[in-house]
Design a protein around this ligand. Structure first.
Ligand SMILES: *[C@@H]1O[C@H](CO)[C@@H](O)[C@H](O)[C@H]1NC(C)=O
Ligand SMILES: *[C@@H]1O[C@H](CO)[C@@H](O)[C@H](O)[C@H]1NC(C)=O
Ligand SMILES: *[C@@H]1O[C@H](CO)[C@@H](O)[C@H](O)[C@H]1NC(C)=O
Ligand SMILES: *[C@@H]1O[C@H](CO)[C@@H](O)[C@H](O)[C@H]1NC(C)=O
Ligand SMILES: *[C@@H]1O[C@H](CO)[C@@H](O)[C@H](O)[C@H]1NC(C)=O
Ligand SMILES: *[C@@H]1O[C@H](CO)[C@@H](O)[C@H](O)[C@H]1NC(C)=O
Ligand SMILES: *[C@@H]1O[C@H](CO)[C@@H](O)[C@H](O)[C@H]1NC(C)=O
Ligand SMILES: *[C@@H]1O[C@H](CO)[C@@H](O)[C@H](O)[C@H]1NC(C)=O
Ligand SMILES: *[C@@H]1O[C@H](CO)[C@@H](O)[C@H](O)[C@H]1NC(C)=O
Ligand SMILES: *[C@@H]1O[C@H](CO)[C@@H](O)[C@H](O)[C@H]1NC(C)=O
Length: 575
């Protein structure tokens, strides 16, 4: 085993800006490195990282990086060259060489400028290839991967070369177009090409999807980690994401341009929740377009929670974030000692030490999940005056949620201060996420509202409003009996006023399997006054139903539009 020093690894939870002092290009590099080693007790992990040696296969960590990048604004063809150069600058200015880097979704080209991507079976190094053979996105990225010696994942719009034609217009007219992830290895070879399986909205009109998502979405590395990768919506479906987890894949790469939605699907909240409940590593590279709700980049280490997480309100922000990532089977003691970063977010700590005015993040335009209008809900009773905890049961169909809440009043709140209201909620039925995609959901939760009525829930106060919490929650315990009739993913979900989930050591999560149902228990362990959502989110994956866009038998006779209409009709009937 490669040695790992006890104590904090210096690069965790940090980004490139703060590591500028170790920039390889500095003439004084050796001096810095010497001082650096003196300071930290030079050993192999540091040496490997700084000198750029690949992480050896027997190490119990690897170094991963995720890039946040602004959405395309001008037409794709005009900006692709410049964006590729920016990719290069981000990679080259990283003082520490990561083993693997993930770039976000849909930042290079669009469906008017698709490119041909070589098949992994071609086994070619496309670096410096003649432009007539490979598009320059593919050749340029291959060069970056080879010259820096790292694995790189990019997301592009791909046109399948199905006619042998050299003319891309011909291909576009005749062949399938995909939203595709392309992975290069350290030699610049395309080793994996995954074509997005779960599309959303108008993507069904423009894009085709792969028929073998699991087979395309796996690749191996020389540092002895096998990765799965998928894109955006895939995270909410059984195939390929959940299937790969079941096959034992423990590390996932995920380019995304996630549009945050309250109360349950803001970006970092969802990503921690998914990685936590599956207990896998998840590297998310997010496209920034905050005015459309899109942001959210991070690295999550399963049950150990967030290693890095960020959301930004800066439209043009591009940044490479780097972390040492524990391999899946590293003992928990080691992880806690070495890899576990300081989870406390200073601002969140401030919010909970001083309840006068909440620090809030309002820089991303968050959508409201209109599906919550169908939930069985009840306003949270002010239990601060009564003795004893608030106990409440809410049921919807076969799901019963039990709430146990202890809270006290915030003495700093007055009659004139603005505070969030809360509702307890239960739901088990067909619903939607992102207000378009049908799914069977089961939820037990408490969430924030800006008023007394349900329609004010899932909204936040505008920027500039001074919000003072009315209550401090000392304990919240939520449990529910979730049916086991269908495959599902039950996950704890939480988000605070900074649009960050609770650190994993601030809640307890238990699942108990019974013959007909799973009893899920979620308990808040630390007092919080700044919660927007706290609860259990159950996703019962749709399979082989009219709702599934991949329903093969009908796909030949039904257009996507018609399918959408059918879905909407069906939902209305269900209401
Ligand atoms: C690679 O990982 C597997 C377990 O995932 C382990 O059994 C094997 O020894 C590792 N290989 C090396 C070279 O360390
Ligand atoms: C499609 O494949 C053929 C045969 O490999 C090749 O000659 C042609 O250049 C390819 N077309 C494009 C646009 O890459
Ligand atoms: C490619 O094909 C399109 C339509 O078939 C045609 O208009 C165009 O001139 C062709 N371009 C080249 C370079 O052959
Ligand atoms: C790709 O999608 C388009 C539009 O939905 C469809 O007309 C076409 O048949 C699909 N092509 C393939 C190869 O699946
Ligand atoms: C982790 O270790 C357990 C035994 O301790 C082993 O059964 C399992 O296969 C390992 N998982 C991986 C991904 O190496
Ligand atoms: C709490 O925050 C307010 C406003 O930011 C400040 O005026 C006050 O001094 C703080 N109180 C404590 C105890 O830190
Ligand atoms: C959950 O509990 C309620 C009330 O005890 C019961 O009616 C319901 O059938 C249970 N649901 C499941 C899935 O077991
Ligand atoms: C539990 O499952 C068994 C067998 O499937 C069934 O007979 C029984 O009615 C179920 N109980 C409840 C409470 O749903
Ligand atoms: C889960 O919650 C239920 C109801 O609140 C409680 O009876 C049960 O003991 C809890 N289970 C665990 C494992 O904490
Ligand atoms: C979907 O249904 C098919 C057969 O109907 C089954 O073989 C498959 O396992 C199901 N997949 C999931 C994820 O439930």
């Amino acid at each position: 085993m490669t040695g790992v020093v006890p104590g904090e690894f210096p690069f965790q939870n940090t980004d490139i800006q703060r590591l500028d002092v170790f920039r390889i290009a500095t003439p004084k590099m050796w001096l810095y490195k010497f001082l650096f080693c003196l300071y930290l007790v030079c050993n192999s992990i540091h040496y490997a990282a700084v000198s750029g040696e690949p992480t050896p296969p027997d190490a119990d960590y690897y170094i991963g990086a995720v890039v946040e990048f602004p959405a395309r604004t001008v037409n794709a063809a005009a900006s692709t060259q410049q964006r590729l150069r920016q990719f290069g600058v981000l990679l080259e200015s990283s003082a520490i060489r990561p083993d693997i880097v993930v770039f976000p979704e849909d930042v290079l080209n669009d469906h008017d400028t698709p490119i041909v991507v070589p098949a992994p079976s071609d086994d070619v190094i496309t670096c410096n290839a003649d432009d007539a053979h490979y598009n320059y996105i593919i050749s340029r990225m291959s060069c970056y991967a080879r010259s820096l010696g790292l694995y790189v994942l990019i997301n592009v719009v791909e046109v399948h070369n199905c006619t042998q034609s050299q003319n891309v217009s011909d291909l576009v007219a005749n062949c399938a177009i995909y939203n595709a992830n392309v992975v290069f290895d350290r030699h610049g070879v395309v080793i994996s090409r995954y074509r997005k399986y779960n599309l959303i909205g108008s993507e069904w009109l423009y894009f085709n999807y792969t028929s073998q998502p699991e087979e395309e979405a796996i690749f191996r590395t020389d540092f002895n980690v096998t990765f799965g990768h998928f894109t955006r919506m895939d995270l909410l479906y059984a195939r390929p994401a959940q299937t790969l987890v079941q096959r034992g894949i423990t590390d996932f790469l995920h380019p995304s341009k996630w549009q945050s939605e309250l109360p349950f699907l803001t970006a970092v909240q969802l990503h921690q929740s998914w990685a936590f409940s599956n207990n896998v590593n998840l590297l998310v590279a997010g496209t920034n377009d905050p005015s459309r709700g899109r942001s959210g980049t991070g690295i999550y280490a399963g049950r150990y929670g967030v290693l890095i997480a960020t959301m930004t309100s800066v439209e043009k922000q591009s940044k490479l974030h780097l972390s040492v990532i524990p391999k899946h089977n590293v003992s928990s003691e080691k992880v806690l000692k070495i890899f576990k970063p300081r989870q406390r977010n200073l601002k969140a700590q401030l919010n909970n030490n001083n309840q006068s005015v909440l620090e809030r993040f309002t820089g991303v335009v968050v959508t409201r999940d209109n599906n919550i209008d169908l939930y069985v809900t009840q306003p949270l009773v002010d239990a601060t005056q009564t003795s004893g905890p608030l106990q409440q049961q809410l049921c919807h169909n076969d799901l019963c949620c039990n709430f146990h809440i202890e809270m006290h009043a915030n003495t700093l709140a007055t009659a004139s201060t603005v505070s969030y209201y809360y509702r307890l909620a239960a739901f088990h039925d067909m619903g939607t996420f992102l207000n378009t995609e049908p799914d069977e959901l089961a939820v037990c939760a408490i969430f924030a509202c800006t008023g007394d009525h349900l329609y004010t829930c899932g909204r936040i106060y505008e920027e500039g409003v001074q919000v003072v919490p009315r209550y401090i929650f000392d304990i919240i315990r939520i449990s529910g009996n979730f049916t086991r009739q269908r495959p599902s993913l039950l996950a704890p979900t939480s988000v605070d006023n900074l649009l960050m989930p609770l650190p994993v050591d601030e809640f307890e999560w238990q699942l108990q399997a019974h013959s007909n149902f799973t009893l899920a228990n979620l308990t808040l362990l630390q007092p919080r006054s700044d919660l927007l959502t706290f609860g259990i989110y159950g996703n019962y994956f749709l399979n082989d139903t009219i709702y599934d866009h991949h329903h093969q038998n009908d796909a030949t006779t039904l257009s996507s539009t018609l399918l959408l209409i059918l879905i909407l009709l069906h939902l209305q009937v269900n209401l």
